[in-house]
Design a protein around this ligand. Structure first.
Ligand SMILES: Nc1nc2c(ncn2[C@@H]2O[C@H](COP(=O)(O)OP(=O)(O)O)[C@@H](O)[C@H]2O)c(=O)[nH]1
Ligand SMILES: [Mg+2]
Length: 611
């Protein structure tokens, strides 16, 4: 089970390919894929102009670095990445040139970089933040329409160039003021994620500025309802839909209120409640009213940092005498921003979504690397380079060992196919697949409570395998069939893992299980085939010779049922891999017959063992 991870396999593939390529340009492209596997995951924050992207970026970084609202830099793609030389800015120019600059004191981007903005392709800002060791955050200029753009144009707008190598590997998409998800919004959103190569495994949708929605005192109940509905509508395109008040998160995490501002809020808290409420109805009134006991300039800052809801939250708490100091106020604002959800839930908040990306960084980078390597393999090339690229393509073919070894990525590929419509599923199986893709722990993957036992997990996974095996068989030879097989294989791995951990002393040996009847004609076909690996031939000989089920499968005599089932599942998977190799139709039929035999043993004894 614990073989080299997908990223490691891809690193080796890149190295092997580079070593054989003669063309410098091709070698360079492969080298970039390789380098990105070792670099932090690139997460782009995208969305319409003024949706609150830069505000959210500041909250994510915990620094007031991204310029909000005005300023030229807001039109430039800005990448915040880990670097020990904190504050260094690399200005990448459209013509390939590079210039350097530095952040201003207090971690602020200067409004003038000494270069005409039109010439800038991208800014890279180095920050010495531990959180950036796993993810790089990209602030994007945003766009106001997503319709009728081609892929390249969509990507250039988002990531600064249509270049595949600059593409983000995950995306946080900020939606503003969506009161409901109508069909046009949904279609646009799906079109955009598709064009950017994003899917439900690497896209998080954020409902921003929820404090500006509606006119209730507490915007949260509506926001949560909207997010839940949004997830239902967007679930095949996004991993989660989370509400946040980016402004409060930014204030709490990146620019806490100073003494003057806290004092001003205390003075406002002493005013008559209704009077203050009247002023707050119109932010412009509040800012400019001549008769308030706080300087207009400070009020202006309060509006900028807290806006109406934040001011109300702070003033209410101060009135009730709940805030002892500025730190308590910051904590309250952070809590009300909804930035982080309670506990360590994988879903429900921006912080949880980002942590989820960080945990899956290796897998998401691998997914991106596979896509890019497939593209490179299709590039025009001559002579030996053509042969090298063809080999690369063959190794990435979805039926080959490397793709099969990409483990849990297979769930992601299936989830992507679901989003693209190449895999069509019933409501139940859609939910099942998305749960598998969304959760990291087996219990969560099967919708079981967190403390579910291995037996419960094995039982749920086994029940799921039945559904996916049927689907795979109904779609044999088609994309949907391949994807269903992918899911099936992952489910079987989960069953095996749950069973393996279960074969402790408690699982005592019972009476030997009766031998299974074998299809000797099929076995002979495979034993005669040169393509069949020696190990598999040996497994076939055991199947013929064994006098009890355990020894037929190569397990110790008298092995417990659960263990026998595990052996059968592993053998079933091996012979299924064989059906994907270039063998004759007759050989394929034989391999399939053996798969069926092993799978039948596995489902019979596993289910007995679980009940
Ligand atoms: N009330 C409120 N205002 C916000 C929020 N997030 C951003 N803003 C304001 O919206 C404006 C645009 O924000 P900005 O981050 O520059 O948007 P961008 O163009 O998407 O980068 C700024 O004035 C922000 O202060 C929020 O959660 N609540
Ligand atoms: Mg911005």
């Amino acid at each position: 089970m614990t073989t080299a991870g997908p990223a490691e396999l891809l690193r080796r593939l890149c190295d092997g390919t580079s070593a054989r390529l003669a063309g410098a340009e091709l070698r360079e492209r492969v080298a970039r894929v390789r380098a990105d596997l070792d670099a932090p995951l690139r997460v782009a924050v995208a969305g319409a102009v003024s949706s609150g992207k830069s505000t959210l970026v500041n909250a994510l970084l915990g620094l007031p670095v991204a310029p909000v609202d005005a300023g030229e830099c807001t039109f430039v793609v800005t990448q915040y990445e880990y670097g020990e030389d904190d504050g260094r800015i690399t200005v990448e120019l459209a013509d390939g040139g590079v210039a350097y600059s530095r952040l201003l004191p207090g971690h602020r981007l200067p409004s003038d970089l000494g270069v005409d903005v039109a010439r800038i392709r991208r800014l890279r800002v180095a920050l010495d933040l531990p959180s950036l060791r796993t993810v790089t955050i990209i602030d994007t200029p945003g766009m106001n329409t997503v319709t009728a753009v081609n892929e390249r144009a969509a990507r250039s707008m988002l990531f600064g160039s249509g270049d595949e190598d600059d593409r983000a590997q995950a995306m946080i998409y900020v939606l503003r003021y969506v009161q409901k998800f109508d069909d046009t919004t949904l279609a646009e959103f799906r079109g955009l994620t598709d064009a950017c190569g994003m899917s439900c495994v690497n896209t998080l949708a954020v409902l921003g500025q929820i404090d500006r929605r509606g006119d209730e005192d507490d915007p949260w109940p509506t926001a949560r309802r909207l997010a839940t509905g949004g997830y239902r509508d967007l679930r095949t395109s996004v991993f989660d839909v989370v509400p946040v008040i980016g402004l409060l998160a930014e204030t709490a995490r990146a620019r806490p209120l100073d003494g003057e501002e806290v004092a001003a809020l205390s003075r406002l808290a002493q005013l008559d409640e209704d009077d203050l409420e009247d002023y707050l109805l119109d932010m412009e009134d509040f800012r400019t009213a001549p008769d308030l006991p706080v300087p207009a300039e400070v009020r202006h800052r309060l509006v900028e940092r807290l806006h109406r809801y934040g001011i109300r939250v702070a003033v209410d708490a101060l009135r009730r005498g709940e805030l002892s100091d500025a730190a308590a106020l910051t904590a309250l604002l952070l809590e009300r921003s909804g930035y982080a959800s309670a506990g360590r839930a994988a879903t429900g908040s921006v912080a949880a979504g980002l942590a989820h990306f960080a945990r899956r960084a290796e897998q998401l980078k691998s997914l991106d690397a596979v896509t890019r390597l497939r593209q490179i393999a299709r590039a025009p090339a001559l002579g030996s380079d053509r042969a090298t690229l063809d080999t690369l393509a063959a190794q990435l073919d979805e039926n080959r060992p490397i793709a099969t070894a990409l483990g849990g990525l297979r769930i992601f590929t299936a989830a992507e196919a679901l989003g693209r419509g190449t895999l069509v599923l019933s409501e139940d199986m859609t939910a099942e697949l998305l749960r598998l893709a969304r959760h990291d722990d087996p219990a969560g993957q099967f919708g079981l409570p967190a403390g579910a036992s291995r037996q419960e997990i094995a039982a749920a996974a086994t029940a799921a395998t039945t559904r996916w095996r049927t689907l795979a068989m109904m779609n044999e030879g088609r994309t949907a069939g391949h994807r269903a097989r992918d899911v099936l294989t992952v489910l079987e791995d989960i069953v095996i893992a749950a069973l393996e951990e279960d074969t402790g002393p408690a699982a005592a040996a019972g009476d030997p299980l009766p031998p299974v009847r074998v299809d000797s004609a099929a076995i002979e076909v495979l034993r005669a085939a040169p393509m069949v690996p020696a190990d598999d031939k040996r497994a076939l000989e055991l199947l013929l010779a064994g006098t009890e089920l355990a020894t037929q499968l190569g397990a110790p005599p008298g092995a417990p049922r659960a263990e026998v089932a595990g052996y059968a599942a592993a053998l079933g998977a091996r012979f299924r891999a064989l059906t994907h190799r270039p063998i004759s139709l007759r050989q394929r039929r034989a391999a399939e017959a053996l798969c069926d035999t092993y799978e039948a043993i596995w489902s019979r004894y596993h289910q007995d063992g679980a009940s």
